[in-house]
Design a protein around this ligand. Structure first.
Ligand code: IVH
Length: 695
């Protein structure tokens, strides 16, 4: 949340007297007020997207409630705002029957079918006037959530429409799902609602980036990621993920005085249930078409995936008259966007070399428009996949573009084409630099490292990135220019650029060139772990880089490390050890490192013991997600100031920094009485101020 948000709530007093000195009655009263305040602020933040207080105030209230519940255990309740995380893992998800069948929708692709639908409705309207509610069709997963007496009771996946899986514990970690409905809105005592859970596209990209870095398979698209995340057995794996929800239906309720969908959609936010702001009302096919076109156009700009629109009759009475057919209502229709799937002809299969040297077969296609984007290349993943699908030059193939992911060839649709090419085979040497390729599992890679020009652009992009050498304003476009113009031939050349070289780039003026120049110079003394990570050695992600930096203390010591030594270091597996060793055994890589040294690149060793710096000797534990820092960034900031980060709370821990949706470490800290600080307080600490300042 931006710190300059104009908060609308009057100043909140967060100076509390010691919890132990309260009477049980006073504590109960205060806990109730706190829970109400937290629910209100949660609603303002997640549902209205108009926060009334700063995160700092929210956190202070949250911690006070935690403190009261710890001191007076009888105050603990299942729907307390403190209970979003921390439920124990289960062995399997139990099945749960829905309050009412979760129906599905008939769907169409063509406007002619939408016209047919409209005519059918008109014929059955007996001259009554009627209107539609139109909504984006969210590409997520449908859930049922049941509230009893205004409290979250349970939530379930759609399953087969009649019985789903109980995912209550996971749903409770999603901040946009209220644990208590807003009493002010007078919600029904019993309410079963339906909504769609989805993952934000931005969060999905970040999640996949981290998964790939850890060596986990990336999710294919945000929907799979959302589905995988809410079906976790351990709610800790759901907590903190960028999941959100829009509610769109009442499945069952003890209140029966609802007349229309618009009425329900208006009531939902009063009860604390988030609805999609893009929902609208339409009366004609022209209006439906215009709405659909508008959404199709803005589709890419939305931070969540939609795959069409849903058209629903507004009046409940008319809905009942129209009825159902095959478990779908006759009163609704999904008008889907054309699938982002087309067929095209494979013109060629080339092999592309990525940043870490992995060789990826790519189909060059007769350009085809898929969902608004022209696609002329699609990945074939790896040799085994090409052979399994038997894709060859000349074949007609189906190409899928799913959201943000790279287009892929899913199957061959016609292999009768004359002039079918030979079966695919990986080249024996790197198509770019000619070095003999090596195989590892399903993948082939070029072991030439930094001297392979194809790897250079990718590696440079990685090298300058924030968690690596953090060289600002030297983006992909500039790097591509520098490589394509032959100004940079190895990573070391970066440190031999002068202001003039940069000024010659498109879009650069003297000032911007000087800024980038300064940024490059400034990166010469980055911490050693950042430098090692920046080299982009296969299997050496941020964590491995840090382990290496601590173990070896200098790049020279690491360069000469025998593979046996590498593989005995804890957290470094055999494959990783081999890869590191191979990287430094490569003559060209050693030359490049020496050239960087000559240019004055001097990565700084990580201090083990107390060192100079405002945080020297201090130990931190990070939990939950911070708004302004990634984990790596927070760790770096601490370490740059002489502090240390450990993964568990112990007597040596000075501070636990608690972000959003903190994990069990917060409980450990509470038990041990370790000071817990918020992100704001952490920022203050980094800036050299006391974390208590301003409290
Ligand atoms: S209404 C009886 N509204 O689409 C009608 N569904 O193909 C119940 N979906 O399983 C569904 N956005 O997961 C409705 N605004 C929306 C929707 C929506 C996405 C999904 C839902 C359903 C599927 C049907």
């Amino acid at each position: 949340m931006a710190t300059d948000t104009p908060y609308t709530s009057p100043p909140v007093d967060t100076n509390f007297e010691p919890a132990g000195s309260l009477s049980p009655e006073a504590a109960a009263g205060q806990a109730k007020e706190l829970a109400e305040a937290l629910n209100y602020h949660n609603h303002r933040y997640y549902v209205e997207v108009a926060p009334a207080v700063s995160d700092e105030v929210y956190d202070a209230l949250f911690r006070r409630l935690q403190e009261l519940e710890a001191t007076f255990p009888e105050l603990q309740s299942e729907t307390s705002p403190t209970q979003r995380v921390g439920a124990a893992p289960v062995d399997e998800l139990s099945r749960i029957e829905h309050q009412a069948p979760m129906l599905s929708l008939n769907s169409s692709l063509e406007v002619s079918e939408v016209s047919d639908f409209h005519r059918f409705i008109e014929r059955n309207s007996d001259g009554r006037s009627f209107r539609y509610v139109v909504e984006p069709k969210l590409d997520g997963l449908s859930v049922e959530i049941v509230y009893r007496d205004g409290r979250f009771s349970y939530g379930a996946t759609r399953g087969d429409g009649r019985v789903g899986e109980d995912i209550s514990r996971n749903l409770k970690t999603i901040p946009a799902i209220p644990l208590e409905l807003r009493a002010e809105g007078d919600p029904p005592a019993f309410l079963a609602v339906r909504g769609e859970i989805f993952m934000l596209k931005s969060g999905f990209r970040e999640l996949n980036r981290r998964r790939t870095e850890r060596g986990d398979e990336p999710f294919a698209n945000p929907r799979n990621a959302a589905a995988g995340t809410v079906r976790q057995l351990d709610p800790k794996n759901t907590a903190g993920k960028p999941l959100d929800i829009f509610f769109y239906d009442i499945l069952a309720s003890d209140r029966t005085d609802f007349d229309s969908h618009t009425q329900v959609l208006d009531l939902f936010p009063d009860w604390g249930l988030k609805t999609n702001p893009l929902n609208e009302v339409c009366t004609s096919v022209d209006e439906l078409s215009a709405y659909r076109d508008r959404l199709a156009e803005s589709r890419e700009e939305l931070d969540y995936e939609i795959d069409g629109i849903v058209i629903k009759i507004d009046s409940y009475e008319f809905r009942e008259d129209l009825g159902y057919r095959n478990r779908s209502p006759r009163w609704a229709l999904a008008w889907k966007f054309p699938p982002r799937k087309e067929t095209s002809r494979v013109e060629d299969i080339v092999v592309q070399v990525g940043r870490t040297g992995i060789l990826t077969p790519v189909a060059l296609l007769d350009p085809v428009n898929i969902g608004g984007a022209t696609v002329s290349r699609a990945t074939l993943h790896n040799e085994d996949e090409v052979l399994r699908k038997d894709v060859r030059v000349g074949d007609r193939v189906r190409v899928i573009r799913a959201g943000d992911v790279i287009p892929e060839v899913s199957e061959v649709v016609d292999r009768e084409a004359s002039g079918r090419g030979e079966p695919f085979a990986m080249p024996e040497s790197c198509p770019v630099c000619g070095t003999p390729v090596e195989r590892e599992g399903a993948y082939y890679f070029c072991p030439a490292g930094l001297s392979c020009p194809a790897q250079l652009t990718g590696r440079l992009i990685h090298f300058v990135s924030r968690e690596a050498m953090d060289i600002e304003n030297l983006g992909e476009k500039n790097i591509t220019q520098l490589v394509n113009r032959g100004i940079i031939r190895t990573i070391a050349d970066l440190y031999y650029l002068d202001v003039g070289d940069l000024e010659a780039l498109d879009g650069f003026a003297e000032k911007s060139a000087r800024n980038v120049y300064e940024a490059i110079q400034g990166s010469k003394t980055r911490p050693l772990n950042h430098f090692i990570y920046a080299l982009g050695i296969r299997h050496a992600g941020a964590h491995v880089a840090e382990v290496l930096a601590r173990h070896f203390g200098s790049i020279e010591a690491l360069e000469d490390a025998p593979v046996d030594e590498l593989s005995t270091i804890s957290d470094i597996g055999g494959q990783t050890a081999e890869s590191i060793h191979a990287f430094f055994a490569e003559e060209e890589n050693r030359r490049i490192l020496a050239r960087m040294r000559r240019a004055g690149v001097e990565p700084q060793p990580l201090d083990e013991g107390p060192s100079a710096g405002p945080l020297s000797g201090m130990t931190f534990v990070l939990t939950g997600s911070l708004e302004h820092y990634t984990r790596t960034e927070a760790r770096r900031q601490i370490e740059e100031r002489g502090g240390k980060v450990t993964s568990s709370v112990s007597s040596a821990t000075d501070y636990v920094v608690a972000g959003a949706d903190p994990g069990s470490k917060l409980d450990q800290a509470r038990k041990k009485g370790t000071p817990v600080i918020t992100e704001e307080e952490f920022t203050a600490l980094l800036a050299g101020r006391s974390p208590d300042a301003g409290r």
